[in-house]
Design a binder for this molecule. Structure first.
Ligand SMILES: [Zn+2]
Length: 201
């Protein structure tokens, strides 16, 4: 069950972080080996609480809404639309460690297009949650495919995972690439080659 937020603000306009949330973070600090009563850590629980609400803003977002306003006047343009190398932040659901990467999102319009920034909004709506990269890739592609109903969608995500670079096998610099192709990009080899080469793969 997710927490029910009532988003009270303090006198400085900052989000009030409930005591039990701060206690949980103090426990985690102790468990990690430090003293939560140490001066430098006194305000950390509240800061971490607020930071996590921001990292996970996507839970308050319905990404499909960003695709509800479309333009039908495309001046006879029936070629693919690509937004390339969009930087994003997410967190892995296994370690709550950062995922930092870039996404390229393309679609082949039928009779309508969306404002180009909306594709990035869909990405952030799903990225700002606890994620696995494979699901993030599929959610972005499916959202665009189902709501915009284009001929095809291609999403390629390349990211580094904090849980790989900072712990475990500790291999910085290794990127993971995932892709989800739908419609014409899945069925038609020429369209697929075109979109992948435009994305730089
Ligand atoms: Zn992880």
């Amino acid at each position: 069950m997710a927490y029910c937020h009532d988003d009270e603000l303090d006198e400085n306009g900052k989000l009030v972080v409930p005591k039990e949330v701060q206690d949980a973070i103090r426990t985690l600090i102790s468990w990690s080996g430090d003293d939560p009563k140490r001066e430098g850590l006194l305000d950390t629980p509240a800061r971490v609480g607020r930071a996590w609400r921001e990292y996970c803003q996507g839970y308050d977002d319905d990404p499909a809404i960003h695709l509800s306003r479309t333009f039908e006047e495309v001046g006879g343009y029936h070629e693919l639309v690509l937004l390339k190398d969009i930087p994003f932040h997410s967190h892995c659901e296994h370690h709550m460690a950062p995922i930092i990467g870039k996404a390229s999102i393309a679609y082949m319009p039928t009779d309508r297009v969306v404002g180009i920034s909306k594709l990035a909004r869909v990405l952030h709506g799903y990225a700002r949650r606890l994620q696995v990269q494979e699901r993030l890739t599929a959610e972005v592609a499916n959202c665009i495919y189902n709501n915009l109903q284009p001929e095809g969608v291609a999403v390629v995500i390349e990211a580094q995972h904090g849980c790989m670079t900072g712990r475990g096998v500790r291999t910085p610099g290794v990127g993971m690439v995932t892709s989800k192709l739908l419609g014409c990009f899945l069925d038609d080899q020429r369209s697929r080659k075109e979109v992948m080469s435009l994305m730089g793969y």
